[in-house]
Design a protein around this ligand. Structure first.
Ligand code: SAH
Length: 355
């Protein structure tokens, strides 16, 4: 069986044409699947009976199965989804005032092992296929619809499990489908790809799809960053900042630095000044994330006053700085908490584990 959503609309037209099916049929099928939420070829009434059964023999539509939905007090929902080979991944829907953001995973587990992140402890399973990324959005939309008032996804952030730039081809493929007018039609400006700092792949992303870039910086010296984000040994801060400065952004626009604040690790006034300097060089604004604590790491979140002082110190250097409030932390859906605790007792959550 071929996986329909692993193909971009362009690729799907070509595959249909190879089989002697008119190319526009691919758009009709994608409209059913992505816009109407119909995955049964038998129900696609603008296709002939013969075509419907031929497609049903050839193509599988939805690669993920819903396992659980955890609803947080603030309206955030964490979806636990299972791949065909039995791996569990997570996606999170985050309601905000005028948007509905969906946070998607790019890999099963993660290979980068950042010392303060829960997902890193799972180790690496495998890359997700494009269809497994797109299907997270379909599941998210269904969960939102079931919950009533919530609007359909308007924004997508690749900030779930895994490192998107180490699965770049599939991430770009998924983005092409998500942005296509015959599907979700999400503007690339409303899609953010977050990287732990794979400097060598950033240009390729920006050239392929004009999405927003977020970079998980977290430290202002290589000595500290080496400890927090081991990938820093391959791409140290100077190289990363240089790659950031070259990333294509609109004139007045900025990339984002994500900076998780950890008590007595990276929260000093000197850090704030150095962070602002790096942000200027990279043409970045700063998104501060007070650490979401979880058992198994020694790191602690700074006091509120310290977070506030840090934010003001960055802003005082003329750099835009915002604090990201934790969302869904009561269900372990917040940054760096995916793949942990929340699913304990609900089955294995390690990569490749069986049903
Ligand atoms: N691998 C990509 C995508 C994950 S994004 C990346 O690293 O950017 C998830 C964000 O949450 C990253 O900025 C990550 O560093 C941050 N994060 C991880 N653990 C966290 C924690 N315990 N508290 C707050 N933020 C955390």
């Amino acid at each position: 069986m071929n996986s329909l959503l692993d193909h971009t609309p362009e690729e799907l037209r070509a595959r249909f044409a190879d089989r002697g099916i008119e190319r526009f049929r691919a758009d009709q099928v994608l409209h059913w699947v992505l816009v109407r939420g119909v995955d049964d070829f038998g129900a696609m009434t603008n296709l002939s009976g013969d075509l419907r059964s031929a497609l049903a023999d050839d193509w599988q539509v939805r690669p993920l199965e819903r396992v659980a939905v955890h609803a947080a007090g603030d309206g955030t929902r964490k979806l636990v989804l299972r791949t065909a080979d039995g791996a569990l991944i997570e996606a999170v829907t985050i309601p905000e005032e005028r948007r509905q953001t969906v946070c998607v995973s790019a890999q099963v587990g993660c290979s980068l092992d950042c010392s303060f992140c829960a997902t890193g402890r799972l180790g690496f399973g495998r890359n997700l296929e494009p269809g497994e990324i797109v299907d997270q959005l379909l599941h998210a939309r269904e969960v939102l619809a079931e919950s009533g008032l919530a609007p359909a996804p308007t924004n997508v952030v690749f900030m779930g499990m895994g490192e998107p730039l180490l699965n770049l081809k599939n991430v770009i493929g998924a983005i092409r489908t998500l942005t296509h007018p015959s599907g979700f039609g999400i503007s690339p400006r409303r899609i953010t790809v977050s990287t732990a700092g794979v400097a060598s792949r950033m240009a390729e992303l920006g050239a392929a799809v004009p999405v927003r870039l977020a970079v998980s910086l977290h430290a202002t010296t290589d000595a500290v960053r080496d400890q927090l984000v081991p990938l820093n040994k391959r791409f140290p801060i100077a190289a990363l900042v240089e790659a950031c400065a070259r990333y294509p952004v609109a004139r007045r626009d900025r990339i984002s630095f994500e900076y998780t604040l950890m008590r007595d690790v990276n929260d000093s006034p000197e850090d704030a000044r150095r962070l602002a300097q790096l942000a200027r060089k990279a043409r970045a604004k700063v998104n501060l994330i007070p650490l979401n604590e979880h058992p198994g790491t020694p790191f602690r979140c700074p006091e509120d006053a310290r977070v506030e002082a840090f934010t003001e110190a960055v802003a005082a250097c003329g750099v835009t700085a915002t604090v990201r409030r934790p969302r869904g932390s009561d269900i372990y859906a917040a940054c760096g908490q995916l793949g942990t605790l929340g699913d304990r007792g609900r089955g294995p959550s390690s990569p490749g584990s069986g049903r």
